[in-house]
Design a protein around this ligand. Sequence first.
Ligand code: SF4
Length: 169
Amino acid sequence: MSTAERSETRTWCPSGKADAPEAVVLGVRSGQGGEVVYLADPVPARDVLPVVPKDVEPTRVLRFASHCVSNCLHRRGNDCTLVERVTATPADESRSVPRCHLRSHCKWWEQTGVDGCRRCPAVATTVVEGDDLGALVADPGTTREQLDAWIAADPAPARGADATGSRPA
Ligand code: SF4
């Protein structure tokens, strides 16, 4: 799928659902500390999912992009509250903005620009056990005050966030 094949008006979630019909692979969690290394071009998720071992959750090793949808748990009006929480976490300001194929359609870029992009590689769609900050960021009920208090108590750099708007089963 080329960028040109995407709807020009549609915004996309950079931590989307692997099983959405339109889902594409955004990147591979293979960098330092599991950070995302972005693909130069989108690859349909349906082409990749069959080769992920059955005992591996795809979002543990890959990040997917899918349509930003109005019934997402992280939506408030037209805004994404997830990226608000992501951008509340510490970031290395000297870090360059990654090159990625999603930018012209990305909800996080549209809403937060480089602030979201600087933190984007550290976001994990599925929170690993023990990643308390990631769990807080992923929780739509977390307030900015709660996040700020957690960060003030433990100023270690953000490790990631569970970041799909999937509703609990
Ligand atoms: S790097 Fe920026 S534009 Fe690319 S997916 Fe992440 S937030 Fe969106």
